[in-house]
Write a protein that binds this ligand. Structure first.
Ligand SMILES: Cc1cc2nc3c(=O)[nH]c(=O)nc-3n(C[C@H](O)[C@H](O)[C@H](O)COP(=O)(O)O)c2cc1C
Length: 418
């Protein structure tokens, strides 16, 4: 898969550095070459001997090393590979790269490189969710850096949440995606920098986005939910903010940090989401990406239901308010462009076409969420955009890229409505 391609792997100082050794092995096994840069902190977690043994190459550690500068200076090192990968990308390395610092070999290489950069962040959940890290993440994405992970899970420190480094096989897959077969042109830079420019495509617009699932309580400790992770809606909010919009993100319960520069309103139930949407209007563009529960229980129990040997309590359901249909049919204060999402498990286009007509929205973004698609909770998505212009199907992409492509199209459509 990586025959003839070479990777420069920067290993930062985190517990996940031990997984970098496995990544080196996998790159070699895939036919690629790999050179490692180990930070001073990284050396505390993995030895240069392990990395040189696995890569078959010298491991670079020092910026001011005369031998290295004679044989291969830091500039040459930064350009010697087809792709620069940072794994684990520590909070510190991300902060340095986002701010253009260059005070050691790793950060200087990141600043000097003319190659694409892939980062696999790994850190404690609080460090990951800190606004400073999220700000750095947004900056790096705008600068064209690609990210794989982090994943949700239990941390070495015992806490749970996003921050675990993506598994080496997932990083290898991301490397393969970025490099493509030999001779294949490097993918064009992400469109985010243009969108992020002052006076971006959505400058001066208010964009309202819903994301995530809703939880419908059965009793004080139990609820009805669905598998929506909120990733696509959060990515849309980030892309809209990068395009210059003022963004209100109304979010069901999810395990995601607030995107940088976005106003997040947290809700739990469909009814709360409906009220939050009303409060947030007026908006120029409304995107309803949340997986709102269709039904809630008729009578939420005030106390925890007990197993008292009697018959199983029946779960009686009633319909939730239809937020998308309500906003689409507003006669006063309707957003110029209303977008709904259709999560389907079969006959995707047929069902989405019917949904668009039924709800009265301008655009439906349809996706296949059957278990085999891996969309719910996954990193990638394949979407079909249904509008007056017909159906446009985008190729499978990361949810971040889907978000940017969608925001691009919505901005164009919005202009036609002005
Ligand atoms: C035991 C231990 C584990 C650490 N794990 C992480 C981590 O997973 N992610 C992170 O960003 N920083 C972690 N740190 C902090 C970094 O090592 C520290 O910020 C260091 O300066 C990073 O340097 P580097 O970015 O040059 O590798 C850890 C520190 C210690 C002592």
């Amino acid at each position: 898969m990586l025959k003839g391609r070479s990777v420069l792997l920067i290993i930062g100082g985190g517990i996940a550095a031990y997984k970098a050794a496995e990544l080196v092995r996998l790159i070699k096994k895939s036919g690629g070459a790999v050179r490692c840069i180990l930070t001073k902190a990284g050396r505390e977690f993995v030895t240069p001997l392990t990395l040189s043994g696995l890569s078959g190459e010298k491991v670079f550690e020092e910026l001011f090393s005369l031998t290295d500068e004679t044989e291969m200076g830091h500039i040459q090192l930064s350009r010697s590979a087809d792709l620069v990968v940072v794994a684990p990308a520590t909070a510190d390395l991300m902060a340095k790269a986002a701010n253009g610092l260059a005070n050691d070999l790793a950060s200087t290489t990141l600043l000097a490189t003319d190659k694409r950069v892939l980062m696999a962040p790994a850190m404690n959940v609080r460090m990951w969710e800190h606004p400073a890290t999220q700000r750095n993440l947004a900056t790096l994405k705008r600068d064209g850096v690609t990210f794989v992970g982090p994943e949700d899970g239990e941390m070495a420190c015992g806490e749970y949440g996003p921050g675990r480094m993506a598994e080496p096989v997932a990083i290898l897959a991301a490397i393969g995606e970025l490099l493509g077969p030999k001779g294949y042109p490097m993918p064009a830079p992400d469109p985010l920098p243009e969108l992020a420019a002052p006076g971006g495509a959505l400058a001066g617009k208010h964009v309202l986005i819903t994301a995530g699932p809703t939880h419908e309580p059965i009793d004080p400790v139990r609820y009805i939910a669905n598998r929506s992770s909120g990733k696509q809606g959060y990515a849309l909010a980030e892309a809209a903010a990068a395009a210059g919009a003022r963004v209100t993100l109304i979010s069901g319960p999810v395990n995601l940090p607030a995107p940088y520069g976005v106003h997040v309103v947290k809700v739990e139930t469909a009814r709360e989401m409906g009220s939050a949407v009303s409060d947030a209007l007026p908006a120029d563009l409304a995107i309803f990406a949340a997986a709102v529960a269709d039904w809630r229980t008729i009578d939420e129990a005030g106390q925890k239901l007990k197993k008292d040997g009697k018959a199983i309590p029946p779960l009686q359901l009633t319909e939730n308010p239809d937020i998308l249909a309500r906003v689409s049919r507003l006669t006063d204060g309707r957003p110029a462009l209303v977008v709904g999402f259709a999560a389907e498990t079969e006959k995707v286009i047929e069902h989405a076409t019917a949904k668009r007509a039924r709800k009265g929205c301008d655009v439906i973004v349809a996706n296949d969420v059957s278990p085999q698609s891996g969309v719910m909770g996954g990193e990638n998505n394949t979407v079909h955009i249904l509008s007056d212009a017909g159906v446009e199907t985008l190729p499978e992409m990361s949810k971040d890229k889907v978000a940017r492509a969608l925001i691009d199209r919505f901005a164009t459509l919005l202009k036609t409505k002005a």
